[in-house]
Design a protein around this ligand. Structure first.
Ligand code: SF4
Length: 175
């Protein structure tokens, strides 16, 4: 059972704001798009398995079409050549969309401080939540999804049209 949003209740009625109702629906029906390139992807497979069961969070519907998903999960080492691909996948997702960098490689390049590895996916797309670890355990990945749920649930419906958000996208060359 999900928790009821803040509001006013009495006998036979409950009233709250549209923001909170939409936030409640969105946060409990996140569709992840796994962009897994290496070992951290294996941890994600365990996270989706019956023991950890990401479906408990309304996220069992993993999609491989960016147009159907709202949470990009980048897991693994991203070579500089793949940076534009990550960005293209992000651009193909409809708003509102969120991003988790899972594992040290996606967060900061990890142990691969080399000429060929992107030193963090936040060089090409804005990241909402960073999950540290090499690899992070499934519990840490679930914690990252829960942090995204917090952001989704509290996000104002107007945020995506605001100047601050537009400025953030422009800093990544996204109109
Ligand atoms: S953070 Fe560690 S486990 Fe994850 S992809 Fe990089 S090297 Fe592999």
């Amino acid at each position: 059972m999900v928790e009821m949003p803040e509001g006013h209740q009495g006998e036979g009625f409950f009233a709250t704001s549209l923001n909170k109702v939409i936030g409640l629906a969105r946060k409990n029906s996140i569709w992840p798009l796994p962009f897994a390139t290496s070992c951290c992807g294996i941890e994600f497979m365990a996270t989706m398995g019956s023991h950890y069961d990401l479906a408990r969070f309304g996220s069992e519907r993993v999609g491989f079409s960016p147009r159907q998903c709202d949470l990009l999960m980048v897991m693994g080492t991203i070579a500089k050549k793949m940076g534009p691909v990550v960005k293209q996948v992000y651009l193909q997702m409809a708003e509102p969309r969120w991003v988790i960098a899972v594992g040290a490689c996606a967060c900061s390049g990890g142990i691969f401080d080399s000429y060929s590895v992107l030193q963090g996916i936040d060089q090409v797309v804005p990241v909402d939540v960073y999950v540290p670890g090499c690899p992070p355990r499934p519990e840490a990945i679930i914690d990252g999804v829960m942090r995204v749920q917090d952001l989704v649930g509290k996000e104002s419906l107007r945020r995506r049209n605001g100047q601050e958000y537009k400025g953030l996208l422009e800093s990544y060359g996204i109109q």
